[in-house]
Design a protein around this ligand. Structure first.
Ligand code: HMG
Ligand code: MG
Length: 297
């Protein structure tokens, strides 16, 4: 078991990229600021992707430039290519995230190119970010299952992790995009990643479609992993992973970690209020079971 944990909230990006209704930049800014205020030290804010592909993130500049930044918080953004990087750099994110997939079919559907080609596109982005003093994370989608190919082998995960390491990516997310992972499968994906990245440099990013995300978190912790990503109110999903639901709810993850005696630095009751805020804006109830339990007490 690790000695500490850290939670990165991805609701403003993963959560809102899949919403059929457009959420205003003002609401996104408020959401990110509220997440920082309750003690989250890492927040994924937006993506610099094609607005034709993901119209929900077209307001990336407005959101990033409108934030009152907290110097203790690391603000990250997704960047798929140099065009995205050139736009992102103007807003000075603390970290950029290149995003690839362990499955060829998902790579094609999500970013319109093969795995090998995606890494060629990422390489100048990584170099430019590092030269500008911006850290670089790599998201690895479909590390256990793919909506188009089915099971994904640990070998495929190791292949992508190795390529990302070679181009200078500093840390990676082992993502279960469609939430089909179960603990032992997730451990195999993490072990394949551990051949290229240190325990400290691997995060778990688990969608909760099949209700396995907390079990997968615990299984990852057994391998020493201590960085996890989650989404307030359990928002999330990817438009190119049909049927996949949200990330594990930040409230549920924090409740489990606090119950295990970890100090996350997050005020859980205040976090529940942030979930209520965004759920009301979206006009639907929260997906967080912990939030429901606390609100119904
Ligand atoms: P493409 O069509 O192959 O790109 O898309 P292109 O280079 O041929 O350019 C086509 C058009 O897009 C051009 O505009 C470019 O200027 C524009 P046009 O001349 O037609 O007017 N363009 C851009 N515009 C703004 N920002 C950019 C950019 N790049 C090109 N950066 C591309 C390739 C990667 C751009 C596209 O496929 C794309 O934007 N994909 C984004 C997909 C996405 O955001 N998916 C969700 C995030 S990943 C995720 O959710 C998974 C994760 O949570 C982990 C997990 O759970 O698995 C991270
Ligand atoms: Mg995701």
């Amino acid at each position: 078991m690790p000695h500490k944990v850290r939670v990165l909230d991805v609701s403003a990006r993963d959560g809102l990229q899949n919403e059929p209704q457009l959420v205003s930049a003002a609401v996104k800014i408020e959401l990110v600021q509220k997440l920082a205020a309750v003690g989250l030290q890492e927040i994924e804010v937006t993506s610099y992707v094609s607005p034709k592909w993901i119209p929900q993130m077209a307001d990336n500049h407005e959101v990033m430039s409108g934030l009152r930044r907290d110097k203790n918080v690391k603000y990250s953004v997704l960047v798929p290519n140099m065009k995205g990087f050139e736009a992102a750099i103007l807003d000075r994110p603390d970290e950029i995230v290149v995003f690839g997939a362990a499955s060829e079919a998902f790579s094609q559907k999500n970013i319109n190119c093969s795995i090998a080609h995606s890494v060629e596109r990422f390489e100048p982005v990584v170099q430019a970010a590092l030269a500008a003093g911006i850290s670089v994370r790599g998201a690895m989608s479909c590390t256990v299952g793919c909506p188009y190919e089915g099971d994904v082998s640990p070998k495929q995960v190791g292949y992508l992790a190795g390529l990302l390491k070679q181009i200078g990516v500093q840390r990676v997310d082992v993502a279960d995009t469609i939430g089909v992972g179960t603990p032992l499968k997730v451990q195999r994906a993490i072990e394949a990643t551990l051949e290229h990245f240190a325990t400290d440099d691997i995060s778990g990013h688990f969608h909760d479609t099949y209700g396995q995300a907390l079990a997968n978190t615990l299984a990852s912790m057994e391998l020493g992993i201590w960085n996890f990503q989650s989404s307030v109110a359990g928002l999330g999903g990817c438009p190119y992973a049909k049927g996949a639901t949200g990330n594990v709810a930040s409230e549920d993850l924090i409740f489990m970690l606090h119950g295990m005696g970890f100090d996350t630095g997050v005020d859980l009751d205040a976090l529940v209020d942030v979930g209520v805020y965004i759920s009301e804006k979206l006009g639907r109830p929260t997906n967080s079971r912990v939030a429901k339990a606390i609100l119904n007490k």
